[in-house]
Design a protein around this ligand. Sequence first.
Ligand SMILES: Nc1ncnc2c1ncn2[C@@H]1O[C@H](COP(=O)(O)OP(=O)(O)OP(=O)(O)O)[C@@H](O)[C@H]1O
Ligand SMILES: [Mg+2]
Length: 383
Amino acid sequence: MGAEVVIEGLTKSFGKQAIWRDVTLNLPPGEVSVMLGPSGTGKSVFLKSMIGLLKPDKGSCVINGTDIVTCSERQLYETRKLFGVLFQDGALFGSMNLYDNVAFPLREHTKKSETEIRNIVLDKLDMTGLAGADDKLPGEISGGMRKRAGLARALVLDPEIILCDEPDSGLDPVRTAYLSQLLIDLNAQIDATILIVTHNINLARTVPDNLGMLFRKELVMFGPREVLLTSDEPVVEQFLNGRRLGPIGMSEEKDSAQMALEQAMADGGHHDGSTEDVRGIVPQLQPTPGLPVRQGAVRRKDRVVQILHTLPAAAQEGIIASLSPEERRHYGIPEPSVTAGSTLPPHRGNLPTDDVANLPTDQQWPADQGGQTRRMPPQRGGR
Ligand SMILES: Nc1ncnc2c1ncn2[C@@H]1O[C@H](COP(=O)(O)OP(=O)(O)OP(=O)(O)O)[C@@H](O)[C@H]1O
Ligand SMILES: [Mg+2]
């Protein structure tokens, strides 16, 4: 089972430039999470902070009992071995063929024999659909193959946690769909905890168990996929629909005058360039038939059912609808009415904490914050 990552109050700046502050979230063991955010919001910095390549100013990031923010160099070195990382630029060695690229971490970090290394490398190349490409140089293959080679290399040390920085960048939609399936299949096979940074709406909507979003130097939200996919938080909704209309601007956030102007244009029927409104919960990708059941998804069911009553109504509905009748019986959840979902008005901004009477006490609610939903204070004039 993958390791849990518990991040609390993580804050990072470079000199006077604040990148993000007070980021708190859990990556539940073996679950797949996606972090969204406009360019420059510090997503890559976040991943690098998680593996101790960059040092956060404040907060903690605890993995198997070690806080990588405060631990010794020795502990950091040990903890890093739990990670497999696919960097944004792939970071393959241009002069090495794929075999040697993928073998590199094994030769660096283990005392395995070349025969053992060979078995592992060929297995990972096979898992990532690169069987037979072992003697190719990175410069001789397509961008999609380079991404998969980076992924194969991230897998060789049997990571408990896999970080992927924009695994889809530069790929066409078909290759991105294959890559999405590959990530889910890998998760089914190795049960590692996975965090993917991406701009890709389709990947974000179909792959992860949990979604988060960084914007304006804050973690706007992090929680079960159903929460963000049904959210009417302006930033989240704008991003998941690829719209111009909303708080996210060309280079940075927009000012309120610009937002008001665009709102007026939209009210006048001016099309804002988004393709279609795809808001709502779409089915999550399942492992290719024949592969094991995703254990992370099995554990997640228990987890989200426990926090169900703390989630917004639309997310609750989505989660209940995703359970089978047997599972609903098992959890003692009544069958949804036939008309639910189609006739209910869209969820309008009720915080999970609206339902204060139903909030569990600390005793009932163990240290599981993975499903906890965070959001910024409501913003005015967003839509
Ligand atoms: N080592 C560094 N030293 C100083 N500033 C840095 C460093 N690394 C990143 N930054 C700054 O931190 C900010 C966030 O960068 P980051 O690369 O994390 O963004 P991102 O969200 O990954 O963007 P993109 O989606 O374009 O990849 C940028 O302003 C960048 O210039
Ligand atoms: Mg980046």
